[in-house]
Design a protein around this ligand. Sequence first.
Ligand code: ACO
Length: 430
Amino acid sequence: MTQKKAKLLIDQKEIELNVYSGTEGDEAIDISRLYEEHRLTTYDPSLANTAACRSSITYIDGEKGILRYRGIPIEQFNRPRPNFIEVAWMLIFGRLPQQSELLDFRNMLSEHELLHEGLRNQFQVLPAKAPPMAILSAMLSMMACYYEEFLTLTDEKSFMEVAARLISKVRTIAAFTHRRAQGLPFIYPDPNLRYCANFLHMMFSLPYRQFMVEPEVEDALNLVLILHADHEQNCSTSAVRIVGSAKANLFVSCSAGVNALWGPLHGGANVKVMEMLESIHRGGLKPEECIEKAKSKDNPFRLFGFGHRVYKNYDPRAKILKAACDRLFAKMQCNDPLLDIARKLEERALNDPYFVDRKLYPNVDFYSGILLRAIGIPTDMFTVMFAIGRLPGWIAQWKEQHDNPTTRIMRPRQIYEGNDICDYTEIEDR
Ligand code: ACO
């Protein structure tokens, strides 16, 4: 097949550029040699239209509301439901695992679920009420102090060791963070429990009473984690890739992902959604006021859980989570007034020209918090839950980048708009 070309005409000079096509027909103009060959750069603020890599992990069609992991539509993870660990393995290693591979990986997770005592002791020196995302970021970075032999990964076996350590320990770190904030003793992991049940056990068991994990609750948590597992080149994943491109180790690269995810425009939006819904519930804010505030150009307020850089349609994850909320509440024979408020808010927004014209739909964060709340997770831990879910995606993306011999350090350019050359003046002469 002949290579498709694009032509760029600048000052009567014609430049021919390669056009690459992805599996699903997306086309991208290759401008990578434009600077070296023509001293020209491209301007794309916030990298809104720049493909920074070629990837085979996740596919999104934002117009149609499609999300696939390794080719599989996420709706297929809804029923029958795989285990989060199976999805994690698939994202990282590129295909569905065989029974024996999954079992081996599970055994590795069990083997690594405890924290090094040094790391555990760190909880005593951090303020008990420190933001959980700050603790998570610090702990992932600090893992580099305890596993120095894994800072440079030269073979698949060591990579797998690190991936298993991260995926297993992140859950222990999260649960210990919660226990310490509550002034409760740490509950050690139980290797006989599945990933989600084990997490809930560490969060809610007491030394004298094992927490009984309802199957529906375990299933709901498993679903939340699966739906967060990867989302191609989003802000936190790009942070992981940027740090990883400098050949920084996997621990600190994932820690960078945690920091980016914390932002309220990204993963931190799930906390903001709950604050917004709770404020409406308490009567502090009326739904119509909320919509008007979000629309006002004089107000920085946004309708949290709405809008997305890529989705210009209903986020498919939000659709599944909304249905999961209904299912869980029906099974548990209870309700949450925040779910009713969310539904009403969504209805208003989807019928308001402001949101319709801008194609603003609910994103993953709009309903995830309600489900997490039903599971019993406190609001301040919501973004940490997102991070637990996203970790396999970060690891998969880091591996893909690391395995690609053509990867170079990531280094965007700029258009300099500062002073022209000028002189330094002594302080007394200014
Ligand atoms: N409420 C009100 N207005 C919004 C919202 C919102 N939630 N989202 C976007 N808009 C408006 C913008 O003000 C802008 O209006 P304008 O064209 O009149 O200036 C227009 O819609 C386009 O928005 P952008 O800011 O260009 O969208 P961008 O792609 O830069 O940002 C983002 C995407 C950050 C997700 C944005 O929609 C937002 O802030 N949403 C609320 C926070 C949120 O829910 N974040 C979670 C995203 S999902 C995730 O990261 C897991």
